[in-house]
Ligand binder design. Structure first.
Ligand SMILES: Cc1cc2nc3c(=O)[nH]c(=O)nc-3n(C[C@H](O)[C@H](O)[C@H](O)COP(=O)(O)OP(=O)(O)OC[C@H]3O[C@@H](n4cnc5c(N)ncnc54)[C@H](O)[C@@H]3O)c2cc1C
Length: 455
């Protein structure tokens, strides 16, 4: 039998890490799932040539390769198991070019989102996608998952912020997709295809990113509390329908809000209260804040304007505390459905129905500006109980029935592949599998992720 590790070592020397600690780390991301067994090795690529060498060896020996950014994914996409190579991109973290005149930057994929933005800030520039994990996730991982964030209703998701990609294919060839110009429609849009492809079509080794100029003016924050989640969701939909575009509009239901307050040691919120936290920005921030306040008060919200940056920061700290607050209650399965914004109240009705039907509490936060909900299932032990999967299944079906989708920003990975065909339909599932086969005929790129064996 071919000694794949020996071949990797010959080609890449000390970049091949076979320590137990490294191989164990590569088994899991932040989804709470782990791959069966440990990978053969972790390759810490430092250059495009390293990635090409790894893929040439992998394709010659039919060895699966799982590309890995920072391993913060929530769908199990980067989990690497027995007989596989984990290909880490973290050491490829350079900014290769910044062009303020063209509003673009060329970067390697392993740079952390927040490090990129810290480096761009002195030039008055930023890359808009802002996953809550921006301090710990890579730009390459953001691209491969098609990440979203709090600001995306106003400033777009990753899909809106990438011009071109350098991609190493399964057999080691390097292609460049897209363009540096604002416009460009030559051939099929393979850049768009790579975004959100979760390491199943190729390895992103370089990205030309579309930048924005820093937004002028002072941001403003307000909260509005509502007696129930449906009214709060209707309030958020009313803001959108009124033609106001907040930078951020986040909803925390009563259980989430109470858990976050408890974690931060803040006084308990009004029992049963759901909270919308809204930020407006730009030169019209104050005017828009007043408009948002009027709309939310008119639908029954109790509005409070933050009067200082410190107060605003504390309000956002409550929202940021949601994830650790859920973790403090038990093991958490964070779900990620998305619906058209006008369907938000109906989706919360569905979640309430599913809570009753399965006798569960499903604390939910929501990027209300774009209709992306994160229902949380909290349980004890390491494995998701089947009853939780059945409730999650009901949540997915409800979102799809409302014109929404299984995943707004976290991806399919291993966690949702059994539902993929439900949303795509058999014909599109086959077509997408066919596309995967064109890029990766031997099926060595992240096998078992996104696609189950059969729909
Ligand atoms: C606390 C917390 C908050 C989060 N908040 C958000 C949020 O607000 N919005 C959001 O969208 N996500 C969020 N996430 C999920 C996660 O951070 C994102 O999915 C992120 O984009 C993953 O980046 P990563 O570098 O960790 O990628 P990884 O987890 O390492 O990989 C994710 C997927 O991308 C593939 N991949 C990684 N790099 C490459 C590459 N260079 N080429 C090809 N494929 C690659 C992997 O194979 C895998 O399938 C959150 C996670 C946590 C833990």
């Amino acid at each position: 039998m071919t000694d794949v590790v020996a071949l990797l070592r010959d080609a890449l020397g000390e970049r091949v890490d076979t320590t137990d600690a490294a191989r164990d780390d590569a088994r899991a991301d932040k989804s709470g799932h782990r791959a069966e067994g440990r990978p053969l090795a972790v390759v810490r690529a430092a250059s495009v040539a390293d990635v090409q060498a790894t893929l040439r060896i992998a394709s010659a020996t039919d060895t699966p390769v799982v590309t890995r950014g920072a391993g913060t994914g929530l769908a199990g996409g980067a989990n690497t198991g027995t007989g596989e190579i984990a290909l880490s991109m973290r050491a490829m973290g350079r900014i290769l070019e910044v062009r303020p005149d063209d509003l673009l930057a060329v970067v390697e994929p392993g740079i952390l989102n927040a490090d990129l933005n810290r480096a761009l800030a002195p030039s008055g520039l930023w890359w808009a996608p802002d996953p809550a994990s921006r301090e710990i996730s890579t730009v390459g991982g953001n691209i491969a998952t098609g990440a979203g964030g709090l600001l995306c209703a106003k400033y777009g998701v990753v899909r809106d912020a990438v011009l071109a990609l350098d991609v190493v294919l399964a057999d080691g060839r390097l292609i460049s997709t897209g363009h540096r110009s604002v416009k460009g429609v030559t051939g099929y849009d393979l850049t768009a295809l790579m975004i959100g492809s979760e390491g199943t079509l190729g390895v992103v080794v370089g990205a030309t990113l579309k930048l924005r100029r820093t937004v002028p003016g002072e941001a403003r924050t307000l909260t509005a509390q509502f007696p129930d989640v449906r009214t709060a969701a209707a309030g958020a939909a009313a803001v959108t329908a009124a033609g106001i575009q907040p930078a951020i509009m986040e909803l925390m239901d009563a259980v989430s809000l109470a858990a976050a307050h408890a974690l931060l040691g803040l006084p308990s919120p009004t029992p049963g209260a759901t909270q919308l936290t809204v930020q407006t920005d730009g030169t019209g921030a104050a005017v828009e804040q007043a408009q948002v306040a009027d709309v939310l008060a008119s639908v029954g919200g109790t509005v409070r304007l933050a009067t200082s940056d410190a107060e605003a920061e504390q309000l956002w700290a409550v929202r940021r505390a949601m994830h650790p607050a859920m973790e403090s209650l038990g093991t958490t399965l964070i779900e990620d459905v998305s619906v058209p914004r006008s369907a938000l109240p109906a989706m919360f009705d569905e979640i309430a129905r599913i809570e009753r039907e399965f006798d569960l509490t499903i604390p939910t936060v929501c990027h209300a500006g774009d209709g992306n909900l994160h229902p949380n299932f909290v349980f004890s032990g390491g494995e998701v109980p089947e009853s939780v999967w059945r409730a999650a299944d009901a949540v997915f079906r409800a979102a799809i029935a409302l014109g929404g989708t299984l995943t707004g920003e976290h991806g399919i990975g291993v966690l949702k592949r059994r539902w993929l065909a439900d949303e795509l339909g058999a014909d599109q599932w086959e077509l997408q599998r066919g596309i995967k086969g064109v890029f990766d005929p031997s099926g060595i790129l992240n096998p078992g992720k996104v696609f189950d064996v059969q729909p």
